[in-house]
Design a protein around this ligand. Sequence first.
Ligand code: PMT
Length: 406
Amino acid sequence: MYTDLTQRRVLLGVGGGIAAYKAPDLVRRLRERGADVRVVMTEAATAFITPLTLQAVSGRAVHQALLSAESEAAMGHIELARWAELVLIAPATADLMARLAHGHANDLLTTLCLASAAPLVLAPAMNRQMWAHPATQANAAALAARGVTLLGPAEGEQACGEVGAGRMLEPLALAEAIAARLAPAGPLGGRRVLITAGPTREPLDPVRYLTNRSSGRMGYAVARAAREAGAEVTLISGPVTLAAPAGVECLRVESAAEMAAAVRAQVAACDIFIGAAAVADYRAATPAEHKIKKQGETLTLELVRNPDILAEVAARDPRPFTVGFAAETDDLTGHAASKLRAKGLDMIAANRVGAGLGFDVAHNALLVLWPGGDRDLGEADKLTLARRLIELVGERYAAAVGAARP
Ligand code: PMT
């Protein structure tokens, strides 16, 4: 049984050494575990193996040049650096290790390594004298001290006929090591979860706004529970007084338009989207430039619809596993079921508001619906409910990903 790497994003850098001939097998080993592999070759690597071979086995265009208008238009190098969940360089030659150790950015691969926040793993491969040379050893030590993982090299017979340490680890061993490195630490390990929380504020004039009673507690609890489950969590929060949960990236916004823009900027990178925010459905058509003066006995405000962030996310193709919330004062199941259908969601968590539950209180009660099923998560404090909800999201997400796999 393989360690499941479904949808895990591995950037494979191939250096210019004879062991490059093993790169297609390595790609195959990673892909049979479900990983999405993109390959970057150094110029020297193309002397040992063709980009076409690696394109065929990875099912993706191979990246080579840093200053290429064509590659930048397809997937720019910064985008590629952000895309990677892990960067593996195999084979890592003495020259590549030296350039990495000194922070060079003189080709696409070294530039990506500098631009990426993803963990870097090297599989050194070179002649045994080159490996043993104090310069290479100093580079290896400098890289390791910086948190780079070195897998190998192995001892044995070398392509040059010598025997000693310098062989690249076999593709199977490398794939297993990468799988162990990426192995989920929890039910949502390695998944990226984007969550909205809190209210929005829709300005009427420089000092007044329309808002609602959401405190952000439910959404923040969901963010904390997702982080505890191993996910990388980004929280887009309306104005609340809560501190971001530990380990969660928090982006603060005010209005629905700002929340929508922040979600649009983040959503492509996420696996799961959870909309717990109480987004204002309407905003002032034209917020006044100056404070609105008291005049007649009545005042009419013209309001226009805000974008429906959740529906927009659910309509993307491809889209993340999309979870909405529904806050209802009556016919909880009926209203939630129709939102689930109308917005095309994978799941909706419905809460009955009022009677000490829902908005701006410590407790809530959730009934979760999805196409073809439902589960009552009961009544509890918001963190307990958030943990139950995340457990269920993990189950349904795994089922959805499993069903989508060929
Ligand atoms: O913040 P707390 O005080 O802890 O309260 C928690 C909560 C009650 C606010 C939360 O549990 C909750 O139910 N949030 C959603 C409230 C809501 O506005 O529901 P809705 O029925 O209006 O919207 C349905 C879904 O569409 C929600 O996921 C909402 O985030 C989303 N939506 C709505 C309108 C809009 N313009 N954009 C959206 O994304």
